[in-house]
Each structure stands twice: as C-alpha cells, then as structure tokens.
Design a protein around this ligand. Structure first.
Ligand SMILES: [Fe+2]
Ligand SMILES: [Fe+2]
Length: 371
C-alpha cells in the first residue's frame, strides 16, 4: 500500500517539495504548461548565473544581521501553512464569469511560474555552492518557493489545470544574468512581490466581499516569506558597496524602471480580475510602487520619481503600445507591429530618463514587514 502523499506545505527541503510535485505531475495539463513555457518580455523567465562568483561572497561584514535572518528562516514559521484547510472555501469554477476565469487562471499560472523560477535558481545555487552561508540561505529560500509554487498548483488543479514543474525545469529556456543583475532583479522581484501581496491582502481585509477565491487569505504569510528573501538579497548587496554605487546606479535605475513598467503593463492585461477584486489597477500600481520604493531605500541610493508629471501618462502610452503590439502580432500586421514596438521603446526611454530621487542609504539594511 502506498503511504499517503505528503503535502508540499510540510516539505522541509526543496528536494522533498519537488519530489511531491513530481508525483502529482501525472495530473498536470498540457495547456497550462505551454503558457508557463512562453518567454516574452512580460512572462516570468528562468535564470542562470555565474554560481562560482556568487559562492565567493563573504558575509562576515553583515554577520549579525545575517545570522538573525537565517535563524528566523530556520525556525520556519510557515511550515505546514501553504495547504488547503477549513479556511479554504469552495470555488465554483464552472460558474465563474468566463473572462474572469481566463484572467485569473492566467494570473495563477504566471505566479506559479515566477515562484518556480525562484525555486529553480535558488536550488541550483545551493547545489553548486560550497560556501556554507550562501548554500544555507539558498536552500531555505528554495524550500519556501517550492511550497509557494505547490500551493498555487493546488489551486489550479481545482480548475482542472496545473503546471508541470518537472517539465519546465528541463525544457524552459534559461536566461543568463551576471550575479549583480540577479541581485537587482531578484531583490526587486521579492520586494515588489511582498508589496503586491500585502496590498491585496489589506484591501480584501477591508472588503471581504471582493475575495472571490480563498487563496488570497494566505497572502499575508506568503508575502512575509518574500519579504525575508528580499532582506537576504539586500544583505548580499551590502557585502560589496560597489554594487550600489558608481555606474551601477544606472543599472539599478534600469531594473527599477523595467520591473515597475512590466508590472503595470501585465496588470492592465487583466481588467476583469482587478474589477472582481474591486481594485483600480492604476491605484494598485501606484500603491505597490510607493511601498517598493520605500523598502528599496534600504539598499538602493535612488528611487524612481513616480509622481513626476511624465510618469503616469508614459506608462499609459507604454501599455497602449503593448496592447497594439499584441493585436498586430495576432493579425500578422508587420508594419503595425514595427510601429507599436517603436512606440513601446520610445515610452521606455521616456520613463528611464525621468530624473531619479537620491537619498542616503542607512548603515544597516534591516527592515520589518510593516505594511
Ligand atoms: Fe515565493
Ligand atoms: Fe521569494
């Protein structure tokens, strides 16, 4: 007789979490996996990097904060949390408004792919490294991301779809990023992930009538995990002041602009989803950018001026260009496609040339999730 299958939420290592999901893969659907396989500017990617350079990091300069963070992650406050329990309300997928269903499934697949992208990168770092501090951190973060991805896959399975994570690991294209770009991109994605989840969580706390799916009830603990991951990357960057000064400040500005603009465009592709949540995507974007900027002051010497008169109208132009690009691509209109691409590129240049705001970075990066 087979032992009852353990849940990803209870897995204490990434290997265990992935083995459980491998076992479930026989139920996974082709269509969802195909969506997760897509590589465009807007879809979550898989990354690889120079693992030896990462392994050479010496955290002794931030030892006290480091040990505190690691101790907290080792204590594993969210073990067993990411699974369905009595708080999981019944979801009537069959009668969900079709546009909402489509956008929500798209949201879940894209979130699952993003979680899994972190998982794969962190697990690989843990596997390749020899530096105890670094491998321990990456093992802990991979553990969390495997649980997050597993939980989203639970939700998707109820809708009759699921992403085959084993297949993705082998077949999805990996994008190479130098370690410093991994720090900027991953740090930002962890912190913006925290800001996105906590903003939705607080909004639904105040307006529970808009909570059209139970998964949002889990967002608070979820975003606390992402917050810790972001703290870890802040500490990694703190070990080398060059990473956040000189010419690298331009790279930081580039990543801030790219991450914010991508979020804006992607969210505006899901109007029915935001309407069901009772959230205006423009308000939501501004709220998330404000929180992320405030948090990123812990390590980045600049923040974007999101209240600059050019910011919002240019984001709207970028979004419009993107919608036109998608339409032209679908209809096979070559010249309309080139035109839309040029408008998108121009809008991005206009965003990135808005002067940034500078400030003095605090001596210690440590922050608490207070939103
Ligand atoms: Fe995560
Ligand atoms: Fe994370």
């Amino acid at each position: 007789m087979n032992a009852p299958l353990k849940h990803t939420a209870d897995a204490t290592t990434v290997e265990e979490g992935l083995a459980i999901q491998e076992e479930q893969a026989k139920f996974d659907s082709k269509a969802a996996t195909e969506v997760a396989m897509r590589n465009t500017l807007l879809t979550p990617r898989f990354y690889t990097t120079d693992f030896d350079e990462l392994d050479a990091i010496d955290v002794s300069g931030v030892r006290e904060d480091w040990d505190q963070l690691i101790d907290q992650m080792v204590s594993d406050p969210n073990k067993g949390h990411f699974k369905k329990n009595e708080d999981w309300d019944y979801v009537d997928w069959d009668n969900m408004e079709p546009q909402l269903k489509k956008e929500f499934i798209d949201f879940l697949i894209s979130s699952c792919t993003a979680e899994f992208s972190g998982c794969v990168l962190y697990k690989e770092m843990k596997r390749r490294g020899a530096n105890k501090d670094i491998t321990q951190l990456f093992q802990l973060m991979a553990r969390d991301e495997a649980r997050h991805a597993g939980f989203i896959n639970d939700a998707l399975r109820e809708a009759g779809v699921a992403v085959n994570l084993g297949f993705l690991t082998q077949k999805k294209k990996y994008t190479y990023f130098r370690p410093k770009f991994i720090y900027y991109a991953t740090y930002l994605s962890e912190k913006i992930g925290y800001a996105r989840y906590i903003t939705i969580f607080r909004h639904l706390e105040a307006h529970p009538e808009h909570r059209f799916h139970p998964i949002f009830k889990w967002f608070e603990e979820w975003c606390n995990d992402e917050f810790s991951h972001g703290e870890a990357f802040a500490l990694l960057m703190k070990t080398d002041p060059k990473l956040t000064s000189g010419f690298n400040v331009y790279w930081i500005k580039f990543f801030l602009t790219a991450v914010y603009a991508t979020m804006y465009v992607r969210d505006h592709q899901r109007p029915a989803f935001h309407e069901a949540l009772g959230v205006d995507p423009d308000w939501y974007a501004h709220e998330v950018f404000t929180k992320t900027s405030k948090l990123s002051e812990q390590i980045f010497p600049i923040t974007l001026d999101i209240d600059h008169p050019r910011w919002q109208p240019t984001l709207e132009k970028l979004q419009k260009a993107n919608a036109d690009l998608a339409e032209a691509t679908e209809k096979g209109q070559f010249f309309a496609k080139i035109g839309a691409q040029a408008r998108a590129a121009l809008a991005f240049v206009s965003l990135i040339t808005i002067p940034a705001k500078s400030h003095k970075v605090p001596a210690s990066t440590r922050l608490e999730p207070v939103y």
